[in-house]
Ligand binder design. Structure first.
Ligand code: BGC
Length: 787
């Protein structure tokens, strides 16, 4: 599938090269073909033939999507009837939140048997980190630095969704998220465009399998296009504002990767970008997505985003519907503006019918490619049960996602982890909590969650786990608001006291504290926070238990980087477990006791203080760097005032991007390049690698372990300033004690280019600095000359 797209891009490159320019841009005639199924002449002939038979109302019906989530529930008769009639008249093209064979078949039978042209409906659903079987949240999956893990999550989700009558998932979310105040960071791959792009491709592969027609493939909806993650001040739905270079070089990268991988649909976002609402933005939706990237699928709006354009103050209902449609939003999710105000504007000539036709074509292509015309129905499936096989998969993925943040030696022994004691105190509101282990955006039943308490009792025996909840995740007013918002009942302070927890800690040799934030209300969509500490009285609990003098292992269960500075100063061992899903308790226990050697790495920088946000490692240079001139985000050990630094906190992250410890140690040789210098023209002429960077990685410890080897580069002294370092390669390597492995990273145009002021991707003569190591502070260095 990718060969053709690469080939045409290469053609574009070569022709531009011949024309004497070292810049890349795709022109209309050189449009790549990222998904050959959607571009296929057979499917397009069928679409055109059908389109010819359609009335204007039937065409517009294809652009309409409703949420009918309760249409099959009790008391839903009126709603059902309304939707039944609309489907029969061809006034609906899609539903979301209609789940299960019975519910989907109900509507599909009406569409196939009663509507004039028998066009199948397409059912969409938020399948974010698994469908029923709940895996760790996507941010955690990114922490594995293992694209195969993302493929596993996507594949399992796709199979279960398909069994539920769902051929279309609103996933993956690939928004770059550099600000953990934004609750939706949980759905993202974190702060880095290279990591996010690799994960984006893997999610798409897992869902679509390179072939939409397979009965267990689902079409993806890559979201939220575009730049939703840059919401100003981390406040959800807020505007974004950035340079065109940053937009293309950072924020658009993962969407582009997903499109190149064949993504069938995208979802347009709620935010505005540089003053233009994303759901009415011809630049991103048409110029970039369709003309430059060659996307042939369709774009659905986010929930009500077309109608909400009125709140963006760019016109009344008819005007904003026209703007959205003309910009390239093909389907209106749950706003019903297209269904009510487009027809009249086509009839009056205000909207050319060709615009409607094009949107319908894009939607029908996906329906044909999915095989919905031939196989519109879903066979009833037995009720869901998590099989041992599925549990094993979720545990394997969760094992890879856990990040060992800190592991200091304690008095009278070595490093605190893995735990050697046979009896432990287990304390904290996350220790025996089921719903919050699932994380936001989960459809899994909390009853299937293995809590940390259950897993520890299984491993050590009930008598050896001394448990005290200590406090709630929330208390007082917060708990009341939480409950009112329909989330699962939060764990509150009721029946739990800090003094009980302190007594419990005193009885064991080691205390495990499981703390975090409630997933349902405080994370995910509309879960923005300005305080990133532990919620409720958890900080007090932590301080009280630490004050006992017992060695403390802090396990953090949360969907975002929390502010952990106090803990990092006072607690010897810290484990980031994210929201780990069904097998969370087992996975955390695997790591705590060394049955699994942790290998996760942070996809997102952890701040010392919220005031540092947005904090990310790929900082731009400044004229007044603080501390090390090459890495101005490193500690500012200077008493000089007029530097780019805070006067009351270090610049650096508490735990930087790519960070994660192991129970063993790895050493790195000085990296080498396969060629000392490469001509610009050779790099520009192909997307093939032109040079490899090699390094020897050795396990110098006494246990086997997996290291995520990371390559960073800097492109200095070129026409547009570039970040101080950027990730451009990573790979997981498992080594036995004493074992060494030679690792190679290919570099070519994709890794070496940047956008110049004309928004062209270029490579300019320079000497790249290259570092390889186990996190973004890597020091083993080499250089590559480009002339
Ligand atoms: C969210 C999307 C989601 C959609 C449908 C919106 O509120 O922003 O991510 O796919 O709802 O549920």
């Amino acid at each position: 599938m990718r060969t053709r797209s690469l080939f045409s891009l290469r053609r574009a490159l070569v022709s531009l090269l011949l024309s004497g320019s070292f810049a890349v841009s795709a022109t209309a005639q050189d449009k790549p073909v990222p998904n050959p199924q959607l571009a296929s002449p057979e499917i397009n002939a069928k679409v055109d033939a059908l389109l010819k038979q359609m009335t204007l109302d039937e065409k517009i019906g294809q652009l309409v999507q409703f949420s009918a989530g309760f249409a099959t529930g009790p008391g839903s008769e009126g709603k059902n009837q309304r939707f039944d009639e609309m489907v029969a008249k061809g006034q609906v093209g899609s539903f979301l939140n209609v789940v299960g064979a019975d519910a989907t078949n109900h509507f599909q039978h009406i569409a196939m048997e009663k509507s004039r042209l028998h066009i199948p409906l397409i059912f969409g659903l938020d399948v974010i980190h698994g469908d029923h079987t709940t895996f760790p949240i996507p941010l955690a999956v990114a922490a594995s630095f293992d694209p195969k893990a993302a493929e596993i999550v996507a594949r399992t989700g796709a199979e279960e969704a398909r069994a539920d009558g769902i051929p279309w998932v609103f996933s993956p979310m690939v928004d770059i998220a550099r600000d953990p105040r934004w609750g939706r960071i949980i759905e993202s791959n974190g702060e880095d465009p290279y990591l996010s792009s690799a994960m984006a491709r893997a999610w798409v592969r897992g869902y679509q399998q390179g072939d939409l027609s397979k009965p267990d493939s689902v079409a993806v909806s890559v979201k939220h296009f575009a730049a939703y993650g840059a919401a100003i001040a981390g406040r959800d739905y807020n505007a974004t504002d950035m340079s065109q270079i940053t937009l293309r070089q950072v924020y658009l990268k993962p969407y582009k990767a997903a499109v190149e991988e064949g993504a069938a649909t995208l979802m347009s976002s709620f935010n505005s970008i540089n003053g233009i609402p994303a759901s009415a933005d011809p630049l991103t939706l048409t110029q970039i997505l369709r003309n430059e990237w060659g996307f042939d699928g369709f774009v659905v709006s986010d929930w009500g985003a077309v109608a909400e354009l009125k709140n963006h103050s760019i016109g009344d209902g008819p005007t904003v519907a026209r703007k959205a449609l003309e910009a390239g939003v093909d389907m209106d999710m749950e706003g019903n503006l297209y269904g009510t105000v487009i027809a009249a504007q086509v009839q009056s000539g205000k909207i050319p019918v060709a615009v409607v036709d094009e949107a319908v074509r894009r939607i029908l292509r996906v329906k044909y490619a999915l095989g919905l015309f031939e196989h519109p129905y879903t066979a009833p499936a037995p009720p869901y049960e998590p099989t041992q096989e599925k549990r094993a998969l979720t545990r394997k993925v969760a094992d890879e996602t856990i990040v060992l943040l800190k592991n200091d030696a304690v008095e009278g022994g070595g490093e605190l982890l893995p735990i050697k004691s046979k009896t432990v105190a287990l304390i904290g509101p996350m220790a025996d909590d089921k719903p919050d282990m699932l994380g936001a955006w989960s459809a899994g039943d909390p009853k299937y969650v293995v809590t940390l308490r259950q897993a520890l009792e299984e491993k050590l025996g009930g008598d050896h786990v001394l448990y005290a909840q200590g406090c709630g995740l929330l208390s007082g007013e917060d708990a009341r608001i939480f409950a009112k918002n329909g989330g699962p009942q939060p764990i509150t302070d009721e029946n739990a006291t800090i003094s009980q927890a302190v007594d419990t800690a005193r009885k064991a040799d080691v205390a495990i504290l499981a703390l975090g934030e409630p997933a349902g209300f405080m994370e995910g969509e509309a879960g923005s926070r300005v305080h990133l500490g532990f919620t409720g009285h958890q900080q007090k609990l932590l301080e009280a238990v630490v004050a006992t003098g017992k060695p403390v292992v802090l396990v953090v269960v949360a969907g975002r980087p929390l502010q952990l500075k106090w803990a990092a100063q006072h607690v010897p061992a810290m484990v980031e477990a994210w929201s780990p899903g069904f097998e969370g308790g087992h996975a955390i226990t695997d790591v705590l006791f060394g049955d699994v050697n942790p290998s996760g790495k942070l996809p997102s920088s952890f701040p010392r203080a919220v005031g540092q946000e947005p904090l990310y490692y790929a900082q731009m240079p400044t004229g007044r760097p603080a501390g090390n001139a090459d890495l101005s985000h490193m500690p500012a050990n200077s008493e000089e005032k007029y530097l780019s630094r805070y006067v009351d906190e270090e610049n650096s992250a508490l735990f930087p991007f790519g960070w994660g410890l192991s129970y063993t140690k790895f050493s790195y040789s000085t990296p080498t390049v396969s060629r000392q210098s490469v001509p610009v023209s050779e790099i520009m002429g192909s997307r093939k690698p032109v040079v490899t960077v090699g390094v020897d990685v050795r396990n110098t410890g006494s246990v086997a372990g997996t290291e995520v080897v990371q390559l960073y580069l800097r492109c200095p002294n070129v026409s547009v300033e570039q970040p101080l370092r950027e990730l451009k390669g990573f790979t997981r390597v498992t080594l036995q004690p004493g074992e060494s492995r030679h690792v190679e990273f290919p570099l070519g145009f994709d890794e070496l280019n940047f956008y110049n002021v004309d928004l062209k991707q270029v490579v300019e003569p320079t000497t790249y600095d290259i570092w390889v190591g186990g996190n973004s502070l890597a020091t083993a260095e080499t250089n590559l000359k480009v002339e």
